[in-house]
Ligand binder design. Structure first.
Ligand SMILES: *Cc1c(COP(=O)(O)O)cnc(C)c1O
Length: 375
């Protein structure tokens, strides 16, 4: 068996221990004679699985008592609508900080649903390569919205904006449990699982109870399935939940606990990210695109310096050529999914919790060799 180093932005690599456990339990989970894929979500076998997953989220993220933990479907993207429909109901007005594609999509969705969106800060001026500093958010907003880690741009908040009484909503899809986070500072947190928690198919939502409206008080036309109340009242089992994904998520959470919890992940992630950024910053062949002070621990976009500073067509073409050569040769060497997002270009290494320091070191060795051969 040979495994690759997978630097995908999502779905992404999972801890091998977890994959092995899943394989071992595939034909007969816990003496049930079935796999978790096949069993009723109302069975005595599955109920402890979802309970354990919730308890582990509460434990590892230190979730206060007055917050609900929900397991929903529809990915991070469905939350863009759910947030607006459930929270944008009083003044129908919300503040958004625009830090890239995901924040922008969330703002557009709210606007489409009739919420007045004020973009109170943006880093568009420098192609979203930094996080704007917004110390305080004030106004008659129903909520304020941020994307805490910008998967495509490779930027990350190093502070939490002070919103006073305005509930703060954060998309933490690509940084959940990568480091400790004070849940009590937020009204709502959500994360699509396929970056740092599980295979795709489940979205973790953590919401302060007093922010959950009755279905009738959501924006007009809100479907029952898009009301947080529906899922909160039914323990995330109003309809069939993504059972197998929740099962794997539980296993990943136990793996995180075994490896030191959120603090352990932060230590491991800083070590990996520092190793890669230090190399990029000292290289005369590559450079990181995200500004210092805003850099993500999870997603590291980088360019080759081949044509930096030259904007003429010929050198742009040359850079494109060298980038695709990099991606191709990396793949042949067992480092996959390094092609950058088209909005940033170049390359991107996503180094989520499950990626080892060993994997990052091996990548840097490959990068050194490639630079040497293509100077
Ligand atoms: C991937 C991602 C999303 C979209 O998630 P889906 O589950 O594909 O809808 C939203 N926000 C962030 C920050 C992401 O990284």
């Amino acid at each position: 068996m040979s495994r690759v180093y997978n630097f995908s932005a999502g779905p992404s690599c999972l801890p091998e221990e977890v994959l092995k456990e899943c394989a071992a339990e595939m034909m007969d989970y816990n003496g049930s004679g079935q796999s978790v894929m096949e069993m009723s979500h109302r069975s005595k076998y599955f109920e402890p699985i979802i309970e354990d997953a919730e308890n582990m989220v509460r434990k590892l993220m230190n979730v206060p008592e007055n917050y609900k933990v929900l397991f929903l479907q529809g990915g991070g993207s469905t939350q863009f609508a759910m947030v607006a429909e459930n929270l944008g109901i009083k003044n129908k007005k919300a503040a958004y900080i625009e830090t890239g594609v995901w924040a922008k999509k969330a703002a557009q969705e709210a606007q489409r649903l009739g919420v007045q969106v004020d973009v109170i800060a943006s880093s568009k001026d420098k192609n979203y390569s930094y996080i704007p500093k917004v110390e305080k958010i004030e106004g008659d907003y129903d909520y304020a919205y941020i994307c805490f880690n910008n998967t495509i741009m490779g930027t990350h908040y190093e502070y939490i904006p002070d919103t006073g009484n305005i509930p703060l909503v954060a998309d933490i899809s690509s940084c959940v449990l990568s480091e400790p986070l004070d849940v009590s500072k937020f009204g709502l947190l959500f994360a699509g699982a396929q970056k740092n928690l599980a295979p795709s198919g489940v979205t973790l939502v953590i919401i302060r109870e007093d922010l959950i409206p009755e279905v009738e008080n959501c924006l007009p036309g809100t479907p029952v399935m898009l009301s947080y109340k529906t899922h909160a009242d039914n323990g995330s089992m109003y309809n069939t939940p993504p059972c197998y994904t929740i099962y794997v998520l539980g296993k990943v959470l136990h793996w995180i606990e075994k490896n030191g919890g959120a603090e352990g992940m932060a230590k491991r992630n800083k070590e990996k990210a520092d190793y890669l950024y230090d190399f990029l910053d000292s290289s005369d062949f590559y450079r990181a695109t995200a500004e210092k002070g805003s850099r993500s621990l999870m997603n590291v976009p980088f360019l080759t310096k081949y044509s930096t500073g030259n904007t003429d067509e010929q050198s742009a073409a040359k850079e494109k050529e060298i980038n695709s050569k990099f991606v191709k040769e990396a793949e042949q060497a067992g480092f996959i999914n390094l092609k950058g997002h088209r909005l940033v270009g170049g390359m991107r290494a996503s180094i989520y919790n499950a990626m080892s320091l060993e994997g990052v070191k091996a990548l840097v060795e490959f990068m050194k060799k490639f630079a040497e051969e293509n100077k």
